[in-house]
Ligand binder design. Structure first.
Ligand SMILES: C[S@@+](CC[C@H](N)C(=O)[O-])C[C@H]1O[C@@H](n2cnc3c(N)ncnc32)[C@H](O)[C@@H]1O
Length: 230
């Protein structure tokens, strides 16, 4: 099944079109997994299963997804995976990633692709990265979504400045950051490199304001031009 066929079958409410990854991003994940032959996969943030369905379509292997709020999404993620015939591959943990990830470490699970798209607050995304590092095979990849967010940009900056064991790889999707684990972590206990950056401060504030409920003439004008630019 290819990404076009998957997208035709996915049921995603129109009013929540911002939650899932975009179709070009889903296609990137599908192609990337196929090209690299990766099959041990994990993700935080399942929602309507747009990313999960493309991951499973590419690997036809077990996929672990973690998300405590499937009921906020009318259980459509589970229904979508069933409708696509992908349910047998799905191991869904309906719990917070900070509870599930340490259990996977305990189980000595290892993955070659981890997609981080759950809690986007800085501490949430940082904890997901911390455990991702413990769960990733040497040579494996992890992918961060929503690089327009200040929290994600700070994490990217931390990894680039402090984690020489990770190699940043450019992708065709500007809202993704892809890293490969290329060696073991060789830092000593005193290691620390400043990672403060102003990147995404403006985009984060602007998008937060645009998507907040409050309406204004300026906001309506900006939405008008945003629609025109589509
Ligand atoms: C942007 S959506 C994920 C979209 C999904 N990757 C896709 O492409 O269809 C973010 C998801 O993260 C989940 N989430 C929020 N906090 C979480 C946490 N602490 N652990 C795991 N998932 C979390 C939300 O319930 C939501 O479903």
């Amino acid at each position: 099944m290819n990404p076009g066929e998957i997208n035709n079958k996915l049921i995603i409410p129109a009013e929540d079109s911002a939650s899932p990854i975009k179709s070009n991003e889903a296609e990137f994940i599908f192609d990337f997994l196929k090209e690299k032959g990766l099959s041990k996969t994990l993700e935080t943030g399942f929602a309507y299963a747009k990313s999960a369905s493309h991951i499973v379509a590419a690997t036809r292997s077990r996929h672990i997804a973690i998300d405590p709020f499937q009921d906020h999404y009318q259980n459509l993620g589970i229904a979508n995976m069933k409708a696509l015939g992908f349910a047998p591959y799905l191991e869904l943990h309906e719990d917070y990633s900070h509870n599930v990830l340490p259990k996977l470490v305990d189980r000595k699970e290892k993955f070659d692709f981890i997609f981080i798209d759950g809690d986007h607050k800085f501490d949430g995304v940082f904890v997901d990265f911390y455990y991702t590092d413990l769960l990733l095979e040497l040579g494996g990849y992890f992918l961060l979504h929503d690089t327009w967010m200040r929290s994600t940009q700070l994490l990217i900056s931390f990894i680039k400045k402090n984690r020489k064991d990770y190699l940043y790889q450019k992708t065709t999707c500007r809202n993704f950051a892809l890293f490969q684990k290329i060696s073991e972590d060789a830092r000593d206990g005193m290691h620390y490199k400043e990672f403060f950056t102003l990147k995404a401060t403006f985009s984060h504030s602007l998008i937060s304001w645009m998507t907040s409920g409050k309406n204004s003439v300026l906001k309506r004008i900006m939405f008008y031009f945003k629609e025109k630019l589509k």
